[in-house]
Every structure is written in C-alpha cells, then in structure tokens.
Design a protein around this ligand. Structure first.
Ligand SMILES: Nc1nc2c(ncn2[C@@H]2O[C@H](COP(=O)(O)OP(=O)(O)O)[C@@H](O)[C@H]2O)c(=O)[nH]1
Ligand SMILES: Nc1ncnc2c1ncn2[C@@H]1O[C@H](COP(=O)(O)OP(=O)(O)O)[C@@H](O)[C@H]1O
Length: 212
C-alpha cells in the first residue's frame, strides 16, 4: 500500500488569555503529547521568574537587545505588556511552517492582532477565559511568584484583556484543566484537516480517480 502524498503547511495556534487563566499550564500539556507542535519562544525584557529557563520559557533580553531585534526586523510581532516588551522571533516560525510543523504561541491580543494582519490563513486563534473573577484571583495568588502589588495590577488589566475575546476563533472556559486541554486538542485536530492547508490534494485525488 502506498502512502498518501498529501502534505500540509504548518498552522499557527495562538493561545491568549488574561494572565492567570491557565494558558501556560494548558500549553505545556498540549506540547507534551504532540510531536508535530513546537512552542514559539518569545523574547522579553521582563525579569526571569524562579524556575524559568533562558531559551526555553523566554529569551530574556535587555531593552537594547530587544530594540536591536525590532530594528533588524527579526520579530514577527511585538508589543508592550505590563510595561515590559514581548516579541515573537520570526525565523523559527517560518522554518517550522514551511516544514509542515505547527507552532504554538502564548501571546497577547496585540500580538494576535498583528499576526492576523500578516498571516491570516495560517492562524488559529483560541482565547481562554477563567470560570469566574474569584477563581482568576485565586489562581494568580496560587502561582505566588508575583508580589501582591503585581497581582493587583494584573487583575485590573484582566478586565481589559478579556474585552478582546471577539477577535478569536475559539473560546474555552478553563474550569477543569483536563477538559480544556481536550478542547484545545480538538481544535488542533480539526484545523489540521482544513482543505486550504493541504498540499498535493489535487494530484492525490487525480490518482485515486485514474483507472489502470
Ligand atoms: N504580543 C506578545 N505577547 C506576548 C509574547 N510573549 C508573551 N506575551 C504575553 O505577555 C503576557 C505576559 O506574559 P508573562 O509575563 O509570561 O506572564 P503570564 O501572564 O504569567 O503568562 C501574556 O499575556 C503573554 O501571552 C510575545 O512574544 N508577543
Ligand atoms: N483548570 C484549572 N484549575 C485550577 N487551577 C488551574 C487551572 N489551570 C491553571 N491553573 C493554575 O492557575 C495558575 C495560573 O496558571 P498559568 O498557566 O500560569 O496561567 P497563565 O499562563 O494564563 O498566566 C497556576 O497556578 C495553575 O496551576
């Protein structure tokens, strides 16, 4: 039996949420069990939290280094969040997509908006909401790596961030973690089958229809 000759361009799976809703936790679960999905590691000027690793969680850079990346056009998108700068390195993304690999982005609504303008066909946008305001606050405290002051400022911003839900294709309320993870997987499974992403389909069907 021959293999089907259908291949596919990679897709860009964007996960956004107000800080603390659970997107980092969900991303890690998805990445663990998906060989064709890689994480886009952003550059940021924010300080490293305990447990975070340079080049794995973020590329931790200073303001001058970040500005140099912007100047050289090395970032696909960039934005300011909580007074810090964040951006997506372009090269790894382009290489992955061309190789048929999918890329997961943990970026905010500003970055999503920029990518929507640049690469609308490759983009699948998922917005994650907390089940309630109380639970969001509880999760921010549980994470316990930010000062009370930072938690307060993040709660204040959450209301603003959540107003951008309508710029996303899929909305997931992260109540039970396992269920949310399943839901993101379902989106990924379906989006991978979209006709527009498939390459070599005409030839494949032509051969299926040719007798002899
Ligand atoms: N536009 C943009 N946003 C990013 C990027 N990397 C991270 N973010 C967003 O910046 C915000 C703060 O991220 P972080 O400091 O890691 O705190 P978190 O809220 O615990 O994830 C989150 O909303 C991220 O999605 C990026 O490369 N571009
Ligand atoms: N479904 C869930 N139920 C309970 N706690 C959760 C759930 N999802 C995430 N958390 C917890 O909430 C906190 C914030 O999650 P995190 O993934 O860091 O959020 P984000 O990346 O959106 O800022 C973490 O302590 C995490 O373990």
């Amino acid at each position: 039996m021959g293999e089907s000759s259908i291949t596919r361009r990679g897709l860009m799976l964007v996960l956004s949420s107000p800080s603390g809703a659970g997107k980092t936790t969900i991303s890690r679960e998805i990445l663990k069990e998906d060989d064709n999905l890689i994480l886009s590691v952003s550059a940021t000027t924010r300080p490293k939290r305990p447990g975070e690793r340079h080049g794995v969680d973020y590329h931790f850079v200073n303001d001058a280094e970040f500005e140099a990346m912007v100047e050289k056009g090395e970032l696909l998108e960039h934005a300011r969040v909580f007074e810090r700068r964040y951006g997506t390195p372009r090269k790894p993304v382009e290489e992955a997509l061309n190789a048929g690999r999918d890329v997961l982005f943990d970026i905010d609504w500003q970055g999503t908006q920029q990518l929507s303008g640049k690469m609308p066909k490759d983009l699948v946008r998922v917005f994650i909401l907390p089940p309630s305001q109380e639970e969001l606050e509880r999760r921010l405290h549980t994470r316990a790596q930010d000062s009370t002051e930072v938690v307060k400022s993040r709660m204040a911003k959450a209301a603003d961030e959540m107003s951008h839900w309508d710029a996303y294709d899929y909305i997931i309320v992260n109540q039970q973690l396992e269920r949310s993870v399943e839901q993101v997987r379902a989106v990924l499974t379906a989006e991978r089958l979209r006709r527009e992403r498939l390459l070599g389909l005409e030839d494949f069907v032509h051969r299926l229809r040719t007798t002899g």
